[in-house]
Write a protein that binds this ligand. Structure first.
Ligand code: LRH
Ligand code: MN
Length: 387
């Protein structure tokens, strides 16, 4: 297929990117959450929309759920997903929308509050037993806003104690991934602010506990691909939340703000044996505040596919030779040559050879699906974060 060898195409064929159910609901900022005609009103409609992304791209066979946003009859939802050609994926806990957690949840000074938060996670694992999901993803909004407000050391100890109780409940084939974020909603300290803290906490739990890396959760200027390299080297990179940002946790379409960063990240994934590795889950974590959500998700998985194809085009032999000989410019040239290689025509041809539309976005737009759901989904409450 032109510039893409059969070996590269074989690797691309195996690529699977999990979609976040919440990307199909309304989302926004503290200023405004915009509604959109046809937005899903329940998890079943979210799954139907997510299935459209897989139908046209062949890239998104699973959908992550968020609890309680996606509470439903999970055996019916699982059946619905299978009927739509997808499966239910990662289960996300939520301890960031309850008044009781104002000063913490798994880290709270009060054991009663900690027990409530632990029980929520145990309930999420019950959901995993019903949905057949492997991963429990834990992102904690916990922290403080002013120096002196919190005993940061005591909170780390209580966090470990709480995580131990959650970890003990995991089944043999289940895992937990602990997501870090350097700030927001806490503005002085965050209890899991960086990869080192997440690593320290999960390493103390055991093999079924790993780190979740959200590409929007780092301080500006952070070399994220270095962290990817290190976590793969340590065997503790459990999953990605892919998105992109210009400033903070903007949750924009992955690759939109900084395509070269996405390329560098995926190059380290390939280098570290993380591509199509079942231990390293690729997931999107995005919000389409102003653009149409299904096309937004489609554009996202296609961006990841394109950057994966480019990363696989790096002439690693030539690169190593230049690295070993200290030829700085030659090494960088080999690297960016792959990045600047336009793989889109070859990917379009390859899609057609697999019975997919050469241009999934155009094919979906022509399907009239958005007009249909806008006409059908009248009344009821459109789904959103409900912050
Ligand atoms: C927190 C986060 C986390 C999710 C939420 C939807 O910023 O990245 O992964 O629970 O977004
Ligand atoms: Mn995330």
């Amino acid at each position: 297929m032109g510039i893409l060898s059969q070996d590269i195409l074989d690797q691309l064929e195996k690529q699977a990117i999990e979609l976040p159910s919440w990307a199909f609901g309304n989302s926004g900022t503290r200023f405004k959450v915009f509604g959109t005609p046809g937005t899903p009103r329940d998890p079943f409609e979210k799954i139907s929309d997510a299935a459209q992304v897989h139908k046209y791209t062949g890239l998104a066979p699973t959908v992550a759920l968020h609890i309680p946003w996606d509470m439903s009859n999970f055996s019916d939802l699982r059946k619905h997903a299978e009927d739509e050609g997808v499966e239910l994926g990662t289960i996300n806990s939520n301890t960031f929308q309850d008044d009781d957690y104002k000063f913490g949840a798994l880290t709270h000074e009060d054991a009663t509050i900690r027990t409530k938060a632990i029980d929520h996670h145990l309930a999420c694992i019950d959901v995993m037993d019903e949905t057949g999901s492997r991963d429990l993803k834990i992102w904690l909004a916990e922290g403080s806003n002013y120096p002196g407000q919190a005993d940061m050391r005591g909170r780390q100890d209580r966090l470990q104690e709480s995580l131990q109780k959650i970890y003990a409940r995991l089944g043999d084939d289940q895992r937990l991934v602990l997501e870090y974020k350097f700030f927001e909603p806490s503005f002085y300290h965050t209890d899991v602010p960086d990869w080192g803290t997440s690593y320290a906490q999960v390493a103390a739990l055991g093999d079924k506990a790993l780190v979740c890396l959200d590409t929007g959760h780092h301080a500006p200027g952070t070399n994220i691909e270095f962290i990817v390299m290190q976590l793969l080297r340590l065997g503790k990179l459990g999953s990605f939340d892919f998105n992109s940002r210009f400033y903070a946790d903007d949750d924009l379409i992955v690759g939109a703000a900084d395509p070269f960063q996405l390329f560098r990240i995926i190059f380290e994934v390939v280098r570290g044996g993380g591509l199509n590795n079942p231990d390293v889950q690729f997931m999107l974590d995005q919000c389409h505040n102003v653009e149409d959500k299904i096309p937004g998700q489609m554009r996202s998985v296609l961006n990841v596919q394109e950057m994966t194809a480019r990363a696989l085009l790096v002439d690693t032999e030539k690169l190593r030779a230049a690295q070993v000989s200290g030829d700085v410019l030659a090494a960088n040239q080999v690297f960016v040559d792959a990045f600047y290689t336009d793989v889109r025509p070859a990917l379009a041809e390859w899609r057609e050879s697999r019975g997919l539309a050469a241009d999934p976005m155009a094919a979906f737009a022509a399907s009239g699906y958005l007009d249909k759901v806008a006409a059908d989904r009248v009344g009821g409450q459109q789904a959103s974060w409900g912050a």
